[in-house]
Design a protein around this ligand. Structure first.
Ligand code: SAM
Length: 187
């Protein structure tokens, strides 16, 4: 059976991430992706995870402690627009993931926004290693979601094909705006 966008995002990450890598979770939420990345990078690797909500950090930290992964993750209660400030320009990243939208069962007023998503992408691309991948899973059914989808689509479309491969993955016959996945791969 075809994988959901969420499941496929993990397949695309698993393909490229190795033990010892540095990676970013740009939208930590409840920490599902953070924990997944921490497992892939292993004890010698590093995950930088960002979210604006205190609750996201608390939930993620709890999960990481249960799994014994806390030493390999740095949590920031800051927006991903701070990536450029928080990560040295020398940092080489194998991958990054965004789950755009709001936190399921959380405050639906707190959503990711096009301008800050763009700032984060601008900071990540120069730090991405060759063959590295940035995944964006875009939920767009909520108020503000269409604007963010437009930004991601236009941002990805203008990336030069000499430098990047860009993929979209989308179910086109499903109801209720299923998420659309974008994968930017550096050549
Ligand atoms: N990947 C998460 C998980 O595994 O649970 C789900 C992420 S949820 C769809 C989107 C998250 O983005 C919310 O937790 C929200 O607080 C966060 N968010 C909103 N604006 C943000 C920003 N500027 N930078 C980082 N995270 C942000």
């Amino acid at each position: 059976m075809l994988q959901t966008a969420l499941h496929f995002s993990h397949t695309l990450l698993r393909d490229v991430i190795h033990e010892g890598d540095c990676v970013v979770d740009a939208t930590m939420g409840n920490g599902h992706d953070t924990a997944f990345l921490a497992e892939l990078v292993g004890p010698r690797g590093l995950v930088y995870a960002f979210d604006v909500q205190e609750q996201a950090l608390a939930n993620t930290e709890k999960k990481l402690i249960e799994l014994g992964y806390q030493a390999r993750v740095t949590l920031f209660q800051q927006g991903h627009e701070m990536i450029d400030t928080q990560l040295s320009t020398e940092t080489s990243l194998r991958a990054a993931i965004f789950n755009l939208g709001y936190l399921p069962k959380g405050d639906k007023q707190i959503i990711t926004k096009p301008d800050t998503t763009e700032q984060a992408l601008d900071a990540l691309l120069p730090r991405l290693l060759a063959k590295g991948r940035i995944i964006l899973v875009v939920y767009y059914g909520h108020f503000g979601g269409q604007a963010e989808l437009k930004l991601v689509q236009e941002y990805c479309q203008q990336l030069p094909q000499e430098m990047y491969n860009v993929l979209t993955y989308q179910f086109i016959n499903q109801k209720n705006n299923p998420p659309i996945l974008f994968c930017i791969e550096k050549k």
